[in-house]
Design a protein around this ligand. Sequence first.
Ligand SMILES: NC(=O)c1ccc[n+]([C@@H]2O[C@H](COP(=O)([O-])OP(=O)(O)OC[C@H]3O[C@@H](n4cnc5c(N)ncnc54)[C@H](OP(=O)(O)O)[C@@H]3O)[C@@H](O)[C@H]2O)c1
Length: 311
Amino acid sequence: MAEDSAGHPVARTRTASLESLELLYEEAGQPRFGLPPALATAYGGDLGFALPCVYANFVTSIDGVVALGPEYPSSGSAISGREPTDRFVMGLLRACADAVLIGAGTLRATPGHQWTPDHVCPQAAPAFAELRQSLRRLAQPKLVVVTASGDLPTEHPALESGALVATTVEGARQLEGRLPPACTTLTAGEGTALRMADVLAVLHARGHTAVLTEGGPHLIGNLLGEGLLDELFLTTSPVLAGRADTSRPALITGLELLPKQPAWADLISARRRDSYLFLRYRLRSRVLGHRARTAQPSASRDSTFKSSSAT
Ligand SMILES: NC(=O)c1ccc[n+]([C@@H]2O[C@H](COP(=O)([O-])OP(=O)(O)OC[C@H]3O[C@@H](n4cnc5c(N)ncnc54)[C@H](OP(=O)(O)O)[C@@H]3O)[C@@H](O)[C@H]2O)c1
């Protein structure tokens, strides 16, 4: 049997064949988790994160659209064309995460979804499990949903599977007795919106230091506004989405950056499959939200939230 870096036995698994990404560029000296061979071959190299880390994953059209509007559920799939390599990268990034963080808007817009690696790329499930075992992660990342209003589709299967729901006092009141038993509610003591640094502090206190956000433009805006986003994985899908009268947001909503607060980023890697581009950026985020960043989340901040199970 094969062994991981600490000498513990790791079961080698078979993975149905995956299309490979072509590596175009990678910055030297990146952290490496030691991906199982099937994942490393498909990704075009190794992948890792310096922890703690908050990293986002988005797919965008060529003209910068990330969501088609409320009348189109699961619009990320429409933008990506359900490209298998994009779904593989989505699964791989989930497989590296302790927790997947989304806003209620994304939950409401994506019925039937599960924010697990296997859901988007089932053929790599054995290799994802092998990776999580070698990283000492739980079998699946913990889903974390933030909502101020408490307006959640409480019968959503992702909530049925169990999630942390971070909310306000008013949100908790709206959700009282409505969430599935597998959910835990984290209620902030005051305010009409959550300070994302406090949410991350709770996650860190629970041992969730690799946090993937698949939230939409509002949540990304909030994370950037507090200077909390470390990296961005951006898939550019070779399609034009267009805009008529409906709102079709780009990556960020609710936060104006240029010209006063430019949020520059450095390219860490670039990969390609056919006409799809897979870009990885490091945010020079200290420009923004300096105070939030210096008030680093710590275990002691867990007390900002009151935790209660849904039963
Ligand atoms: N292309 C892609 O890769 C991609 C990725 C993700 C999402 N999307 C799309 O984006 C669209 C949804 O966009 P969105 O901006 O509405 O999604 P979102 O950012 O995930 O959700 C926004 C909601 O999250 C809650 N929220 C965010 N920050 C909060 C805070 N600091 N405190 C308390 N609650 C907070 C609020 O919920 P309440 O309203 O309940 O208070 C807010 O309305 C969907 O169409 C989805 O498919 C696309």
